[in-house]
Design a protein around this ligand. Structure first.
Ligand code: ADP
Ligand code: MG
Length: 266
């Protein structure tokens, strides 16, 4: 038996008169990647903000390990083991790698008034954590986060979540702004997190990226779950069709074909 680590049941979300999410039920287990697919504006970010304590659902329940939870804040969700890497980074460009790794959890030396940030130790831990995920180019914890590539920033954020023992890792479009090689790196790291037994929720609108790492898939269309299926149950064409709601198929097909011809899946 592998019960769901995180489970949403009939979650609705409205902002005043605007209904954004309708009756969303989802679950993700330890060591599983759930891909949340959907076009821009489908409600993906709103849904993950609910899972990470930024928004409270208008109705519906969230359970972790079979117990109903109501996150009061992002910190509360994070204390429950939910680590979220929000869209467009969420890191601090002017901070060093070592310092950003420990924001809110700095290792200190000395005590009382002598307590201060242990830079050398923080750098050492951060660099080891990132290298542990195969990013060996990062070897100096004093480097600024702003100087890292998009893929390296994603790797740093994921390494941080793994290091601090997250049980659920939510990644909002981690590969959206990346080149193919960098995207492949991030996808490999997602699989490493999964192998460590983490439940990963991977948001993307890239069907190829989703199929590369996903065990389970849910498609959101205009705030509602349009489909929910496991690996192998639908083809790339069927998923693309679903996401497009049957519209503009020829156009999309041609676009995907040319993408595949140039890059191919890793
Ligand atoms: N705070 C808010 N107030 C009103 N509408 C919102 C708010 N946040 C998101 N929305 C609306 O909800 C819809 C879904 O947005 P979002 O969750 O960001 O979609 P996605 O991440 O799938 O692109 C959009 O139409 C957006 O304008
Ligand atoms: Mg979004």
């Amino acid at each position: 038996m592998n019960p769901p680590l995180l489970k949403l049941t009939n979650v609705n979300k409205s902002f005043g008169p605007i209904d954004v999410l309708y009756d969303i039920s989802l679950e993700v287990k330890a060591g599983e990647v759930l891909c949340l697919l959907g076009d821009n504006g489908a409600g993906k970010s709103t849904l993950i903000r609910i899972m990470s304590g930024v928004h409270t659902p208008t109705s519906g329940t969230i359970e972790m390990n079979g117990k109903v939870v109501a996150f009061k804040s992002p910190r509360d969700a994070s204390e429950h083991g939910i680590a979220t890497v929000h869209q467009f980074g969420g890191t601090f460009p002017l901070m060093s790698i070592g310092r950003s790794f420990f924001v809110g959890a700095e290792p200190t030396k000395g005590w009382g008034p002598f307590k201060r940030f242990d830079r050398v130790r923080a750098n050492d831990i951060a660099v080891k954590a990132v290298q542990g995920l195969g990013i060996t180019r990062i070897d100096d914890g004093d480097r600024l986060v702003g100087g890292l590539s998009g893929g390296e920033r994603q790797a740093l954020a994921i390494a941080r979540a793994v290091h601090f023992g997250a049980s659920v890792l939510i990644l909002d479009e981690p590969t959206a702004a990346l080149g193919v090689k960098e995207a492949a790196h991030v996808l490999r790291i997602v699989l490493q997190a999964r192998r460590k037994g983490i439940a990963v929720i991977f948001i993307t609108h890239n069907v190829v990226h989703a199929l590369t790492v996903g065990d389970h898939f849910a498609v959101l269309i205009r705030g509602a779950k349009a489909a929910d299926f496991k690996k192998g149950e639908k083809s790339r064409e069927e998923i693309t069709d679903l996401m497009a709601g049957g519209e503009h198929m020829a156009e999309l097909e041609a676009e995907i074909e040319s993408y595949m011809a140039v890059h191919d899946a890793p």
